[in-house]
Design a protein. Structure first.
Length: 125
């Protein structure tokens, strides 16, 4: 189901100028086709969050941008983790066991930091 500007404003209880500012700020993406802008249910939920942050919670525009960016990053990380989990799940049982064991007990100390910074890498499966 797609929602037009008027319906979005009604459902979120904001004026069109506010919605337009959010679109211009890149906080809400307004996909369009054939001259018609349509929003999704996800856009409505995001607009509710923006309204609450900028309104009753009193977050300034810079803060709203930071919060939305962090939420987007979390969403991206969850998507990547889901893909990684599916890839691990497709491995042989012994490989899966070793991966989950290594994940539960990651190495500590300088060797881990050195690997992350380009030093001698840890053995990879």
């Amino acid at each position: 189901m797609t929602i037009d500007h008027a319906e979005m404003c009604r459902r979120v209880s904001v004026g069109r100028p506010s919605l337009q500012r959010w679109i211009e700020a890149g906080w809400i993406h307004a996909p369009s086709g054939d001259g018609f802008v349509a929003f999704s249910e996800m856009d409505v939920a995001r607009a509710h969050l923006i309204r609450d942050l900028a309104g009753p919670m009193g977050v300034n525009p810079e803060g709203v941008a930071v919060i939305l960016d962090l939420i987007d990053q979390i969403h991206g990380l969850r998507h990547a983790l889901r893909g990684l989990s599916m890839a691990v799940g497709a491995q042989d049982p012994e490989v899966r066991r070793r991966i989950w064991s290594d994940a539960a007990h990651p190495p500590s100390g300088p060797s881990r930091a050195a690997g992350a910074l380009g030093g001698r890498p840890r053995a990879v499966l």
